[in-house]
Design a protein around this ligand. Sequence first.
Ligand SMILES: Nc1ncnc2c1ncn2[C@@H]1O[C@H](COP(=O)(O)OP(=O)(O)OP(=O)(O)O)[C@@H](O)[C@H]1O
Length: 310
Amino acid sequence: MIEVRGLTRRYGDVLAVDDLSFTVEPGKVTGFLGPNGAGKSTTMRVVLGLDRPTSGTALVNGRPYAAFAEPLREVGALLDPGAAHPGRTGRAHLRVAARSNGLPRRRVEEVIERVGLGRAARRRIKGYSLGMRQRLGIATALIGDPAVLMFDEPINGLDLDGVRWIRGLLRQLADEGRTVLISSHLLGEMEQIADRLVVIGRGRLIADATTEQILSGLGHVQVRVLSPEPDHLLARLREHGFDAQRVDARELRVDGGTAEEVGGLAHALNVPLHHLSEVRQSLEDAYLELTNSSVEYHGREPVLTTEEAR
Ligand SMILES: Nc1ncnc2c1ncn2[C@@H]1O[C@H](COP(=O)(O)OP(=O)(O)OP(=O)(O)O)[C@@H](O)[C@H]1O
């Protein structure tokens, strides 16, 4: 389990993380979602003891990271896949990690097998593709068989096969009862992988709930209407309290109503319609709107909280 409580990290004038609290539970894949610069990496670095909080705490299995004598047995992390020594082979890199954490050598072969590094383990890391580097980084994270895993943008730059592979692996790791936290700035990626989402913007919590709850709460329905008399219809819709906008010569978009209501009004007014449908705002657009306007949430309760989600 990972528990972040009232975490704040300031760099000079930049408030990278602002009074952030959330819990990552075992047995699930939790997506840590937010646009670039939202504070995800900073939060992960603090959890891993690589950065110090200005205030607040971050605990792994109830203890600060610094309290672990052999941390790779407690928490495995992929932060920067480029961090491995380029002149070493993948296997040598894993042997160093195993030795420095008092782990048996057989773990090296087990994780090479698990991440499908195969024959590439014999090659020098400088010749690795990004996908291979990601696999090696994940193998390093898994070497101590830790109960907690944190991967920063693990999907970045992977091809479709790589994405499918990561998705399957994360699911297995969660099914084994591990705590799995993965960060991303793309909702579309997380939608298919994460059971829960912790969404942040400008260092603050925006939402913390199941992926399903967040997706169903995002993106509102609009009514699309085409009519040869758009101005007349627009004026009447507004008179009846609908939030209607003209989109082009014949098209209107209406918020705050159903197709049935808009169609009924047009019929009562005798305004001809050439098209009538309900369209949902794209989730990615809704997510961007939510996170970009997150400054508006300062000082307020997050949209969804863990309590509501339960
Ligand atoms: N060492 C540092 N010194 C100064 N500012 C920093 C430092 N690290 C992060 N920041 C700033 O803190 C804010 C949060 O950055 P962070 O990297 O945590 O965001 P992120 O959500 O991980 O973004 P990305 O998806 O781009 O990695 C940004 O404004 C960033 O410029």
